[in-house]
Structures are given as structure tokens and as C-alpha cells.
Design a protein around this ligand. Structure first.
Ligand SMILES: [Zn+2]
Length: 347
């Protein structure tokens, strides 16, 4: 176990996002899954890790007096980094590409939560494992449900109406979330209030122009084809805000569900009757079933998957919230027969 904990410390450094200067609290996107699924091979791993640890050093004790901020989803981590800049010590829990609905906390997450001055989470039960852990732990940090500052749309889950957590799909909600993050950071570091305000204002200018750009791009899709069929129900806010209709999804609000054969067949029929030119896979979900649906319905799967619940890895075309929204809009517009004009952020 000592070996595992040390490995996580090491991999958190190895997984630091250089562009954002964010440390992720664990190395899921690197080796964590492999480590946990291979406990029986611990002795072999010990050998390998012994070699690798030479290249990594454990986290140094805090030397700065910057507030420690922890964020759960990659979208929040990106927005928080933009607002907090160099004035905060930010730890993102979820690594890019991971699925918040099914994420199981690891020991390094508990440590990050215990040390935090401020915890920013999405809420509306997007990240149930982390919310459970956070509420059970009796933490000293202020906890702020950033996504819950917006009025939610409702979705049905197992016959019950629940708030839809995928609020960032409407860029106006991301603007409200940015203001909430700014307010949260200002509470823990009032001396940096002016810096946070400057950063938030600059980000919001970019988000306002992103919102207008998405509207213009979607408007180029022929009206009868402004129909969205995706793997899980993560695009309701996007569709509502920008004039698309969600015609069906393979699974519902959370990716924990396994679709029944009946649901798959129902979606095949929905795809056929919607007469859409393409349907969409998502980066955080195995594309096997949605590929089957596309084949059976005789439509193409869009050449690129959508970024639903996570931004892309550093170096990808979706490594920030803004880039993710641009990438998704481009994929959707091109696959549904519209014409994309490149997004030019304001200076
Ligand atoms: Zn989701």
C-alpha cells in the first residue's frame, strides 16, 4: 500500500498539465487503473516502480501561502485556472478524459480534500463518488457547488425527475459559473480580488464571443437536420441554448446505466425516423454500442467523438473549456451539413 500511495504521488507530478500549471490529484490517465487491476502482480510492479520512482520526486511540502483550491471536473479545473491564475495552488481531481459519473475516489483525493481551503465541485450529482466522499469527510474547506448556481433543466432518471448536471453545455451557464468561481476565490484570498476580477472579466469576454459564435455556426445547419443523437444525455443544455433538438440517446443522464437491447433497438428506430445525416460518439464512453446503432440505422457516425463530460488531454484540440466547445460545435455542424467559420477569440 505504501508503494501504491507513493506511486500516486509520483504520477500526480507526472500528470501535471504543463500549460495550465495544474496538478491532478491522481494519475488515472496514466497508470492508476493498471496499478489497481494488477494488485496480484505487485512484486513485479514494485520492481518497475522502483525504477520509475527515480525519475519522479514526491510532492514537496507547501512553501507558498497561496490558497489551496481543489476542483473536481476538468471543466471546472480549467475555468478555475483561468480565474485564479498564479494566485492559487490548484489541484484538479479528475484527469482529462475521465468520466465523472463513475469516478471512484482514490486515497490521494482524500488528501487533496483534507488540505484544501476551497473545494469547487459541479453538483447536481455529476460526480457522485466525490460528493459522497466530500460529505463524509468533515472537511474544513468551503465547499462550493459551482454548477448549481444555474437554474437546472430536468431529466428523467429511473422514473424520477432530477436536475441535469451537464450545465456547461450552455455557455451562458459557464459565464455564471465563472462569476461563482471568482466569488469563491475572493472569499479565500481577498487580497487578490482585483486579479481574480481582471481574469474573470477577460474569460467572460471570450465566453460571450464563444456563445455568439456557436449560435452563428448552428444556424448554418439546414433546419430539418438540427437534430442531435448522442451516446448519453449530456447535450440538453447545448441543444436548448443553440436551437437543436435532442432526438434520442443510447443511455440517460448518467453513464452508469447499461442500455437494454430494447433501448438500443428503440434508438435505432429513432435514428431512422429522425433522418439525421450522422449520430455522435463521446470521448468518455466506449463507442461500441453507438457504432452498432449507426450501422443498424444506416447512418454514419460523426468522424470525431464529442467531448461530453471532460475537456481533452493537454495538446489535444479540446484542452480547455473554450476549445472543447469549439471542437464539439465544429464536429456537430460539419456532420449535420452546416458550414463552420473558425472561432476567433477577442483580443
Ligand atoms: Zn454526463
Amino acid at each position: 500500500m505504501l508503494l501504491l500511495l507513493r506511486w500516486e504521488t509520483c504520477s500526480s507530478l507526472c500528470c501535471t498539465d504543463k500549460r495550465l500549471n495544474v496538478a491532478y490529484s491522481n494519475g488515472t490517465s496514466c497508470f492508476r487503473a493498471a496499478v489497481f487491476s494488477s494488485l496480484s502482480k505487485l512484486s513485479l510492479l514494485g520492481l518497475v516502480m522502483g525504477l520509475l520512482l527515480g525519475a519522479c520526486t514526491p510532492s514537496a511540502p507547501r512553501e507558498s501561502d497561496k490558497p489551496r483550491v481543489v476542483s473536481t471536473s476538468t471543466i471546472l479545473t480549467d475555468l478555475t485556472q483561468e480565474v485564479g491564475g498564479d494566485e492559487i495552488e490548484l489541484t484538479g481531481i479528475l484527469p482529462p478524459g475521465s468520466d465523472p459519473h463513475v469516478y471512484e475516489p482514490v486515497p490521494a483525493d482524500t488528501v487533496a480534500f483534507e488540505r484544501a481551503d476551497l473545494i469547487l465541485y459541479n453538483g447536481f450529482n455529476l460526480e457522485p463518488g466525490l460528493i459522497r466522499m466530500m460529505n463524509a469527510a468533515g472537511l474544513r474547506a468551503e465547499k462550493l457547488a459551482v454548477g448549481e448556481v444555474v437554474t437546472p433543466l430536468q431529466l428523467e432518471k429511473e422514473g424520477v425527475r432530477v436536475p441535469d448536471p451537464h450545465v456547461w453545455g450552455d455557455v451562458r451557464n459557464a459565464i455564471a459559473m465563472t462569476r461563482a468561481i471568482q466569488a469563491g476565490l475572493t472569499r479565500v484570498a481577498p487580497e487578490d480580488q482585483a486579479e481574480f476580477a481582471r481574469n474573470a472579466d477577460a474569460l467572460i469576454r471570450e465566453l460571450e464571443s464563444l456563445h455568439a459564435w456557436i449560435q452563428q455556426q448552428i444556424a448554418t445547419i439546414p433546419p430539418a437536420q438540427r437534430r442531435l443523437i448522442t451516446t448519453h444525455d449530456a447535450f440538453q443544455y447545448f441543444a436548448n441554448a443553440y436551437g437543436l433538438e435532442v432526438m434520442g440517446t443510447l443511455i440517460g443522464i448518467s453513464t452508469e446505466e447499461q442500455p437494454s437491447a430494447q433501448r438500443v433497438q428503440k434508438l435505432v428506430e429513432a435514428v431512422k425516423s429522425a433522418r439525421v445525416p450522422a449520430i455522435f460518439a463521446e470521448t468518455t464512453i466506449n463507442p461500441r454500442l453507438i457504432t452498432t446503432v449507426a450501422e443498424e440505422a444506416g447512418v454514419k457516425l460523426a468522424p470525431k467523438p464529442l467531448y461530453s463530460d471532460s475537456i481533452g488531454a493537454p495538446g489535444s484540440n479540446a484542452a480547455t473549456y473554450v476549445d472543447m466547445m469549439v471542437a464539439n460545435t465544429t464536429t456537430i455542424v460539419e456532420a449535420l451539413g452546416g458550414q463552420v467559420t473558425p472561432f476567433v477569440p477577442p483580443r
